[in-house]
Write a protein that binds this ligand. Structure first.
Ligand code: GLU
Length: 432
């Protein structure tokens, strides 16, 4: 009997993934590398990857634990769960314990599990990081984009969250707030965090506070929303940003004790999918989350370099006509080029996607369009990640300079030259 094999040659995809393409951040990275291999000079301001090396004691801990080969508990290595709880008690004044922690292969994977397991609409500010909305789409959740304004640094204002709550007060909702923000580099004032948490609490919204850039708040002393709304806030972190270890893939969530059912449900799905996070990486992560003077010093120097470079890039872009206040943290800028809309339109550029394409084509500077972060396609915004420099060399050089003053311009020329040149090229291109 002839078997019909047509089902193999036809496309049979789950409807929720039809039309899904690789994530913008990863796609621009691979494209930039391809262009470089083909011989083009590319300035990689596309992917948001830490320029800094993993701190020495953490690398040593990984080396010492390369032999760890056993499957670890699904929720994570107990010593790591304790260390993560200790980190959040220290940094965020969160009253949490190791039992409240879930470890996963990247906070991105934990976010996906959360969206899969929690039956609620996703509410995120526009702009937000590229993957929150596609994850909701994959698991079939409704997505509600919350409005923000350039004058407020693209941050969510409590009245806009209140408006959503009032629309349908009984609806279960997951609100994701990320600060310092990817893609803008801005963060909330403490009063705004408090006001946002009051709204979320009033309407019983579940908040995922994505604080993966907390340790990269440039002036230090990042503050979390969680102490204002402890019963309804999950806090997300990981090794990728402040610890320079994106490729190690380790993320963490902290849950309020009353949401143990949510942690348990996510762990059940984890046990049926990725099983547990890589053992050597978890052992090494204990060292990272324990912190100490060497890691504090690494963080101080990282913040210093990023603060000076972020301020420099923003100032240059403002001179060129962009709206770009100096960033507060992380390594992103989200310039708004609306004031240049007319000359850009005369060059055939009317969307953020066209803007980034032409910028890459003409100057070699790779960035991502505002549209990828939920902004309207015809708004001339883009995200640039000011990370294309040798972070190890910059950290060494920063160690030799007195702590008080901001790092001078000549430091950036000498140690972050590619980013300085990329911004010069971009400004020159805007002025044509
Ligand atoms: N979070 C980083 C970014 O926004 C890269 C990692 C990722 O998107 O998975 O560029």
């Amino acid at each position: 009997m002839k078997v019909n094999h047509a089902f193999l040659s036809e496309v049979h995809l789950n409807p929720t993934v039809q039309g899904l393409t690789p994530s913008a951040t990863l796609a621009i990275n691979e494209r930039s590398d391809r262009l470089r291999r083909a011989g083009r000079q590319i300035f990689k301001l596309g992917l948001g990857q830490s320029p800094f090396p993993v701190p020495r004691p953490v690398v040593e801990a990984l080396r010492a634990n390369a032999h760890q080969k056993d499957y670890l508990p699904v929720k994570g290595l107990p010593a790591l769960r304790e260390a993560v709880a200790g980190f959040h008690r220290r940094i965020d004044e969160l009253a949490c314990r190791g039992d409240d922690v879930l470890v996963g292969p990247g906070s991105k994977e934990l976010m996906f599990l959360l969206q899969l397991v929690y039956e609620g609409e996703l509410a995120i500010p526009a702009p937000s990081w590229v993957s929150y909305a596609p994850q909701a789409r994959i698991v079939g959740r409704r997505i509600h984009w919350l409005p923000t304004r350039a004058e407020h640094g693209w941050l969510l204002m409590p009245e806009d969250l209140e408006r959503l709550g009032r629309e349908d007060p009984g609806r279960p909702r997951l609100v994701i707030l990320n600060y310092p923000s990817n893609p803008t580099g801005y963060t909330y004032r403490i009063e705004t965090l408090q006001a946002l948490s009051e709204v979320a609490q009033h309407y019983g919204m579940l908040v995922l506070s994505d604080e993966i850039y907390g340790e990269l708040f440039h002036s230090g002393g990042h503050r979390s929303l969680a102490p204002f709304y402890p019963e309804g806030t999950l806090v997300s972190s990981g090794l990728s940003k402040w610890c320079g270890a994106g490729g190690w893939r380790l993320g963490t969530f902290v849950f309020p004790p009353d949401l143990r059912w949510l942690l348990d449900a996510m762990a059940a799905v984890a046990s049926e999918t990725f099983t547990a996070t890589s053992a050597p990486i978890q052992y090494a992560a204990v060292r990272a989350f324990e912190g100490g003077p060497e890691i504090d010093d690494y963080l101080r120097r990282s913040r210093r370099v990023l603060a000076a470079l972020g301020a420099h890039c923003a100032a240059r872009l403002r001179e060129a006509g962009a709206r770009a206040a100096p960033p507060h943290g992380a390594f992103y800028l989200f310039p708004d080029l609306s004031a240049l809309a007319e000359p850009l339109r005369a060059r055939g550029i009317a969307t953020s996607t066209a803007l980034c394409e032409r910028l890459l084509e003409d100057t070699g500077v790779a960035t991502l369009p505002g549209a990828d972060f939920g902004r309207p396609p015809d708004e001339l915004t883009l995200r640039l990640a000011y990370v294309d420099f040798d972070g190890a060399q910059a950290l060494d050089a920063a160690a030799g300079l007195p702590d008080e003053a901001p790092l001078p311009e000549r430091f950036l020329q000498a140690h972050c030259g590619n980013v300085v040149e990329a911004i010069d090229r971009m400004c020159g291109w805007l002025a044509v």
